[in-house]
Design a protein around this ligand. Structure first.
Ligand SMILES: Cc1cc2nc3c(=O)[nH]c(=O)nc-3n(C[C@H](O)[C@H](O)[C@H](O)COP(=O)(O)OP(=O)(O)OC[C@H]3O[C@@H](n4cnc5c(N)ncnc54)[C@H](O)[C@@H]3O)c2cc1C
Length: 399
């Protein structure tokens, strides 16, 4: 039977980073992807500064920058008064080489890395190969893979489940996915209509709070993406209809009928964390291990940070005789601490702040944001939090 040091299931952004980094560190790795190519979905589009530091180390930052947009400033906007609060990540220039968000769709990262991995002497990628099952023993893991014409089996020392929210790896491990699902859905609409013409000075990333209908306006190189909450009781058909599109753009621009959309997508939104990321020789990372709402753009970024931590430890175990019994539980503790104490807390707070129920609660929250913006110390703390540097400090401090 073929043998690899590590098999990674899932060539989304998290699995692609895991596999390419392992190959670069000198580990023999096989990356399996169920789909015929990296799926082109409009989900993550923001890379935070620490993720950009990692991309530089992988040697792919220049390629990503060429396909993305730098967004040093992001706005909190008041839909009624038009007030704009501008936060500038450029203020972190003393500690960060990349003090900005990069607006770049997640499939660009997966495609870039899988192409590079295919050329790497330590790496191999197999598309249309779905991990179906696995068993593990003291010497390794046997992975059973559904290939186009039959079931194939490979052996490996370690298996990483980076196979997304519906992870088969997590399900076979029977690891509980604790948390909750919001009753409302999120609707994203994308358009090439130049929103910046309607809102002068619009940043590439804008959180528009409102007690009635909040929204997020995000720019990627070819499109604007508008994210709004959608009533979970309405049918998917109604939420994806022209009438809904006209209502959303009508509310924003005064005229929704003439706006053409390139995509309309509905998402269920969850806050869930796997009870453990480590069972013997099998590890979970990315959406397979945790889910959160997209306010703040932490989902993919935190998954990339998971595998940055994990791949370092696996390389130490496989190439330098590191102690798996110590290192893998440490991965679990460090990354679950970040997930519980930072990502879950922050994303739940970010969502609550956007919708802020009553007019009074909304005014109170705005006053708090104004105070943060006006005070250099509080502003810096806030920028360190939202840029995710704080989450990596927490990881390093977790023993
Ligand atoms: C509307 C929206 C906006 C978002 N915006 C942001 C953002 O701006 N910033 C951010 O950081 N995050 C954002 N996220 C979250 C982000 O999209 C996810 O966290 C990210 O995609 C997780 O990456 P992943 O590689 O873990 O999983 P996925 O991207 O889901 O990739 C999993 C891959 O595994 C493959 N696969 C599945 N099962 C198998 C199997 N059995 N065998 C082999 N392959 C398999 C799938 O085909 C897929 O390619 C957003 C999410 C949503 C819904």
């Amino acid at each position: 039977m073929e043998r690899f040091q590590v098999v990674v299931a899932g060539a989304g952004p998290v699995g692609s980073v895991a596999a390419y980094r392992l190959a670069q560190l000198g580990v023999e790795v096989l990356l399996l992807e169920a789909a015929p190519r990296c799926p082109e979905d409009l989900r993550a589009s923001t890379m935070h500064p620490p993720t950009l530091d990692m991309m530089k180390e992988l040697g792919v930052l220049e390629d990503l920058e060429a396909q993305g947009l730098r967004a040093p400033v992001y706005h909190y906007r008041n839909r009624t008064t038009g007030e704009v609060m501008a936060f500038d990540m450029g203020e972190l220039g003393d500690i960060s080489e990349h003090p900005y968000r990069l607006q770049c769709e997640q499939f660009k990262l997966s495609r870039l890395l899988t192409a590079k991995l295919a050329e790497h002497p330590k790496g191999e990628v197999r598309f249309s190969h779905r991990l179906a099952h696995f068993t593990q023993d003291d010497q390794g893991v046997t992975a059973s893979i559904e290939a186009p014409f039959g079931i194939e089996q490979v052996r490996c020392d370690y298996l990483i489940g980076a196979d997304g929210a519906n992870s088969i790896v997590r399900k076979w491990l029977d690891v509980e996915f604790e948390g909750f699902t919001y009753p409302e859905k999120f609707l994203t609409l994308s358009t090439d209509w130049p929103l910046e013409n309607h809102f002068p000075g619009l940043a590439h990333v804008n959180y528009v709070a409102d007690p009635k209908e909040w929204c997020v306006l995000l720019r990627v190189p070819s499109l604007w993406r508008i994210l709004v909450p959608a009533n979970g009781d309405e049918s998917d058909e109604a939420l994806l209809s022209d009438a809904k599109k006209e209502a959303v753009f009508g509310g924003l621009l005064g005229d929704g009928a003439s706006i053409k959309t390139a995509h309309r997508t509905l998402y269920k939104v969850h806050q869930r964390v796997a009870k453990t990321y480590h069972v013997g020789r099998v590890l979970l990372a990315g959406d397979a291990a945790h889910l959160n709402n997209p306010l703040g753009g932490f989902g993919m970024n935190s998954g990339v940070h998971d595998v940055w931590n994990l791949t370092q430890k696996l390389a130490e175990i496989l190439l330098e005789n590191g102690d798996a019994e110590t290192l893998l539980p440490l991965y679990d503790r460090q990354r679950r601490a970040v997930m519980h104490k930072f990502i879950q807390t922050q994303t739940i707070a970010n969502k609550a702040a956007m919708e802020a129920g009553t007019v009074e609660a909304y005014a109170e929250r705005e006053a708090k944001m104004r105070k943060i913006l006006a005070d250099p110390e509080q502003r810096r703390e806030y920028l360190l939090l939202q840029s995710m540097y704080k989450s990596l400090e927490l990881e390093a401090a977790t023993a």
